[in-house]
Write a protein that binds this ligand. Structure first.
Ligand SMILES: [Zn+2]
Length: 261
């Protein structure tokens, strides 16, 4: 069985003491590949260093909405500089977050639109972070959408209407993570109605640990609990869920992985 963790922050300092062991544990449970979305210019070095050291990790470049502040133009310049200099598998994570702080809402909108355009320019998929902001995100994606714009709504927790809006874009996927295992996380009810060809699995580690390890530091090994829950909700075997979601991830991110696909 091969699983791909499509959203992991294994490069963050929470893993400095045992990063290699965490990746080994993940591999032992079938999680063989990892996509790593950046946060901002202060995390780029860790991100690239991790991907150099571990060939199963693929970097995404972008400015996270909660890192959009007064200096966001400088941060966007950094993103562009990196895109010109290094190879990346996507633009992320980008989006709008109105849950933590609305102070820089207009800057968040501008940074999001700018990075969607970078994705089109470089023909890369985007990893979208949306928190209390589906309407605001849709306003911009509706304007920017074309055949070349594709990506994933990471840690998707929207309503059926949000799902349908995104599904209508035709080129977007849904990142399903630990929240699907929570009793009050209503994304579980949506899973049986979702197109399985558009589902990706992710941990968002070190955050959002699934049941039965909720509250602890999350790591890619725990993707197995997400896969099990999705399999249960779809009435499929874990193996089938692994096969389908791995194929989906390879397709979206254009991963070249030997013997899988
Ligand atoms: Zn994230």
């Amino acid at each position: 069985m091969v699983l791909i963790d499509t959203h992991s922050h294994i490069f963050s300092e929470e893993f400095d003491v045992d990063r290699d062991l965490v990746l080994e544990r993940a591999a032992n449970s079938g999680v063989l590949y990892h996509l790593l979305p950046n946060i901002d210019s202060t995390s780029t070095h860790r991100l690239l260093d991790t991907c150099h050291r571990f060939s199963q990790c693929f970097p995404l470049m972008g400015l996270h909405p909660t890192s959009v502040k007064e200096d966001f133009e400088k941060e966007l310049y950094h993103v562009e500089e990196q895109l010109a200099r290094n190879r990346f598998w996507g633009i992320g994570e980008i989006g709008i977050d109105l849950y933590w702080d609305k102070t820089f809402f207009t800057q968040q909108q501008e940074a999001f639109r700018h990075q969607l355009r970078l994705a089109k320019k470089y023909n890369l998929p985007v990893a979208i972070h949306s928190r209390s902001s589906f309407k605001e995100i849709f306003d911009i994606v509706d304007q920017e959408i074309d055949q070349s714009l594709r990506g994933v709504f990471h840690s998707f927790t929207g309503t059926i209407n949000d799902y349908k809006h995104i599904d209508d874009y035709d080129t977007f996927y849904f990142g399903i993570g630990g929240i699907v295992t929570y009793k009050n996380g209503n994304v579980g009810e949506l899973i049986p109605q979702m197109n399985t060809e558009k589902i990706l699995l992710e941990t968002d580690s070190p955050y959002l640990s699934p049941v039965p390890v909720r509250g602890k530091r999350n790591e890619s090994y725990n993707l197995i609990y997400v896969a099990q829950k999705v399999a249960e909700l779809l009435n499929l075997s874990v193996l089938d869920v692994a096969k389908q979601t791995t194929q989906n991830a390879i397709k979206l991110f254009k991963l070249q992985i030997d013997g899988v696909g």
